[in-house]
Design a protein around this ligand. Sequence first.
Ligand SMILES: Cc1cc2nc3c(=O)[nH]c(=O)nc-3n(C[C@H](O)[C@H](O)[C@H](O)COP(=O)(O)O)c2cc1C
Length: 175
Amino acid sequence: MDTLKAIFSRKSVRSYNGEISEGELKTILKAAYAAPIGRALYENVHMTVISNKELLSQIDKSCAELFQNPQMHPLYNAPLFVLVSAKLNGNADNVGYSNCAIVVQNMALAAVELGIGACHIWGAVRAILQNKELLAKLNLPEGFTPCCGIILGKTNETYTERQIPEGRIKTDFIR
Ligand SMILES: Cc1cc2nc3c(=O)[nH]c(=O)nc-3n(C[C@H](O)[C@H](O)[C@H](O)COP(=O)(O)O)c2cc1C
């Protein structure tokens, strides 16, 4: 298994030049469905695969407005944005958010294996949350909140194993 190679090669890709194939999308979605989900409550997670150019452009613009920078393209002109939403549950919201993040990370690792560009996207999700009109266009089932997402697309960038600095995340050991 080359899992560690994929993990050490993953990086955020922010330049895109084409759409992925239906077969590649199917594999990416299968990776999402393979994610661990708290108490196996799969019905508490919802995915929205957005390739509609007009909607992508509206999300991009709304996020650029949020960041007060009309020149920026927070979706990097990627042809696909997969939004992951959760049915949040008051005190147990940490599970809902975590479910979505894990689903996204599974898709990011599958993208490495397929040589597809991918980048976790949280900024645009904030923009969606603040834009009622945009939120309505997503047709989310009742009670679901957008939590995170990932852009995907063909890229000229390649994945090679990176040096991961030891101790980059402060880590305490209690022995
Ligand atoms: C929770 C989360 C949210 C992120 N949101 C964005 C985002 O909105 N836009 C973006 O360009 N990158 C986003 N990223 C990517 C991070 O900037 C990136 O992972 C970090 O700079 C490390 O770089 P690497 O992914 O190449 O290792 C996000 C990553 C995570 C984990």
